[in-house]
Design a protein around this ligand. Structure first.
Ligand code: ARG
Length: 720
């Protein structure tokens, strides 16, 4: 009986599916957290996780391009990251004839690797606590004064720790909402080359339908290599450069794993706001998210219409489309989950209990009253702000036109010819970049629709004075769609930005009036100037108040519960974190259980020939149908495992992060979060949160059996 009881208990605790909140700073991994990791199965010492003196796992983890994570997997600087992280580089390397995005690409030798301008890898050299230094500067200042002083102190520290000649870049990160400051020192390598990518129908399999969802079958990987100069230093691209010799690289395990096994993720989570207030939640759900989603919906529709028609346009717009779509679905889902799980009420309850503690403590007593007031003052303008960022600036043409304000300033305010020439050269260079990926029809449609939506949706008292009256006078009735379409058509055909001859004439004889009369510039600047002139100060005041109150709130929380404070992790700030948990199945809703892995059989089930999202390339189909999985086959599932889920805590920026087993071997790449817990930036769901990962064995199978690039496989240290 007792034995039965014990084994029942073990079975139950094994089935326990709760997620593992926490994005820990490897530098400050307290004994408690480390012990928890060991209890969960970790077999490594603290020194092996993070060390200042010896090579450790942290040395294999890179910031990829400034927006993703990557990991070094060979002694010759080979990088694994996600397909959606390499997407822009892959699309840029592609032409309609050599379409690597569509057909995939595997370099059979280093000489075939493709330089990817603009990409870089940053290695973390060290982390130091500089809180005392910053606090000494800030003293007892509050509000904007404090923010300015803190920023000054941070700039000085960054400068002190950076060394341009060695490509060393330091960035202070403000943690716990400004209660702690750490400086992160990186070394940047800028010669990055594309070494491999699957066909997009593998790398983005399931498209936006499957994005943010489990069960998932996406082969979301791409492969790059980092190069250094012959004398071992970071360097810009040169054919003379040689592959980087890393301090450490990750061994790759093809042994497989089971439900419940330990999983650890290193990487660069971008941002979370787990201490968001009830006011913030309300504003997001009521105003900010729905406005963003509505505007993105519209932009995506017009872009997609043109992408469908022409493969060249598809290549031009694909990367920007993917990133707009990604957070369109995210914010839509976030609102829904915040409502469904009553996060507003939960936050209110936490705030009420904080208030009880704060009563009688002058520093904290009026915190929430002040917060309520700050939100009430800002609320009337918040929709307008989304319209500027996601609407007006959501048109590539208007966004480029808006950037010409610095040229206008040089002409009107400075008038100095060297300033003007510099601004003009910058504008022409930016214009060339802008035109490369510009599609006229979709943008004209976007401009017409954005102006109409703004007119109907933004408080009339906040409109730029005279702008819509002018459309009415020159173009037609503002209640009619046709008026806005006509206005947009005239804008696009009349702007010198899209007319080589006119642009040339302007750059030869630049004058402010010509610029100011340009319809694209005039439109962009009417909205921008109205916004910056009248409302930006409100936003800045709100932001600094919000930051100040946030800092106090966190300070209060840590005072209120000092024991818990010892085991608190800071919100994500795009700094290196480690999270731990387990591979784990879950129950998304009543009567439904999601398995911990997906397989090749599932890919074939989802396959729809010719579909935009669920098509597959012929070579993948052939090898898959033959079940030629070789050493990559999973011993439990007797199939090729494609994806898996873990209980780890990650967010955007972690894309491409390595998933490691208890011994620190690479078992996968994390690439997404699940829909049921998509409110994770604001509220981590202890039951439902899962990280969606690509099994490294599927990645290797693609390189080896589909791509035939055994040269890449040979570089790896496989653990069998
Ligand atoms: N949701 C993924 C992330 O944020 C990106 C996936 C990109 N795929 C796509 N269909 N847009 O990391």
């Amino acid at each position: 009986m007792k034995k039965l009881f014990v084994s029942l208990f073990l079975a139950l605790s094994f089935l326990r599916s709760s997620a593992d909140e926490g994005m820990w700073l490897p530098l400050l991994l307290g004994e408690q957290v480390y012990n928890d990791m060991v209890k969960r199965g970790l077999k490594l010492s603290k020194e092996q996780l993070y060390s200042m003196n010896k090579a450790s796992i942290k040395d294999a983890i890179i910031i990829f391009g400034g927006f993703c994570t990557g990991e070094i997997v060979s002694n010759e600087g080979l990088i694994f990251t996600n397909h959606h992280c390499g997407y822009d580089a892959i699309a840029s390397a592609s032409t309609v004839l050599n379409n690597y995005l569509k057909d995939g690409f595997y370099a059979k030798s280093k000489s075939e690797e493709i330089p990817s301008a603009g990409l870089y890898a940053e290695f973390l050299l060290k982390i130091e606590d500089v809180t005392a230094e910053v606090e000494a500067q800030a003293g007892t200042l509050t509000g904007t004064d404090r923010i300015n002083k803190v920023n000054e102190a941070i700039a000085a520290i960054n400068k002190k720790y950076s060394d341009e000649s060695k490509h060393i870049i330091a960035r202070v990160s403000s943690l716990f909402k400004g209660n702690q400051f750490l400086v992160f020192v990186y070394q940047r390598y800028s010669d990055i080359r594309l070494a491999g990518a699957p066909s997009e129908s593998v790398g983005k399999f399931g498209g936006d339908t499957d994005n943010w969802e489990w069960p998932r079958h996406t082969g979301d990987f791409s492969i790059f290599r980092v190069y250094m100069s012959k004398d071992g230093q970071p360097a810009n691209y040169s054919p003379e450069n040689v592959p980087l010799k890393p301090k450490y690289f990750l061994p790759v395990s093809i042994k497989g794993f089971k439900d419940g096994d330990y999983a650890m993720i290193y990487g660069y989570p971008g941002s979370t706001n787990r201490y968001e207030t009830s006011y913030g939640v309300k504003q997001k759900v009521d105003t900010d998210n729905p406005t963003l989603v509505k505007l993105r919906d519209m932009r995506l529709k017009f872009m997609f219409e043109e992408m469908k028609k022409d493969p060249a346009v598809k290549l031009q717009l694909a990367s920007s489309y993917a990133s707009i779509a990604n957070y369109w679905k995210f914010y839509d889902g976030e609102s829904k989950q915040l409502v469904r799980y009553k996060i507003f009420d939960q936050k209110k309850a936490t705030e009420n209990s904080f208030q009880q503690w704060a009563n009688g403590k002058p520093e904290f007593e009026s915190l929430f009253k002040d917060w309520e007031k700050a939100y009430a003052q800002w609320q009337p303008y918040s929709k307008h702000r989304v319209y500027i960022n996601e609407g007006i600036m959501g048109s590539p043409l208007l966004a480029y036109a808006a950037s010409l304000q610095s040229l206008e300033n040089a002409m009107v305010k400075s008038g100095n010819s060297s300033d003007i020439n510099k601004a003009l050269a910058g504008a022409s260079e930016a214009r060339a970049g802008f035109l490369k990926n510009f599609n006229k029809i979709s943008d004209q449609n976007i401009i017409g629709q954005v102006l109409q939506m703004y007119y109907n949706d933004v408080d009339k008292n906040q409109h730029p004075i005279g702008f819509f009256e002018n459309i009415k006078a020159t173009t037609g009735d503002l209640r009619e769609d046709g008026t806005f379409k006509k206005f947009a058509a005239a804008l696009v055909s009349g702007t010198m930005i899209l007319d080589e001859a006119k642009w040339k004439a302007f750059t030869e004889h630049p004058d402010a009036v010509t610029l100011q009369k340009d319809p694209a510039f005039a439109t962009a600047s009417a909205f921008l100037k109205n916004w910056t002139g009248k409302y930006v100060t409100q936003f800045q005041q709100f932001s600094s108040k919000n930051a100040e109150l946030g800092r106090l709130y966190l300070k209060g929380i840590m005072q209120k519960d000092p024991v818990k404070a010892k085991k608190m992790y800071p919100d994500a700030t795009f700094t290196m974190r480690v999270s731990f948990g387990n591979v784990k199945s879950y129950q998304p809703r009543d009567a439904v259980k999601y398995d911990y892995v997906t397989t090749m059989s599932g890919i074939l089930e989802k396959y729809v020939p010719g579909d935009y999202e669920f098509d597959l390339p012929q070579n993948v189909l052939e090898v898959a149908r033959k079940k030629d999985f070789g050493q990559y086959m999973d011993p439990i599932k007797k199939d090729l495992v494609v994806g898996f889920i873990t209980t780890n805590d990650i967010t955007g920026g972690n894309s491409g992060s390595p998933v490691l087993d208890a011994n620190g071997n690479l078992i996968g790449l994390c690439f997404d979060g699940n829909y049921e817990a998509i409110g994770h930036k604001i509220a981590f769901d202890k039951d439902l949160n899962r990280t969606i990962c690509l099994d490294v064995r599927y990645l290797l199978w693609c390189i080896d059996k589909v791509g035939g690039a055994s040269n890449l496989i040979k570089e790896l240290k496989l653990v069998k």
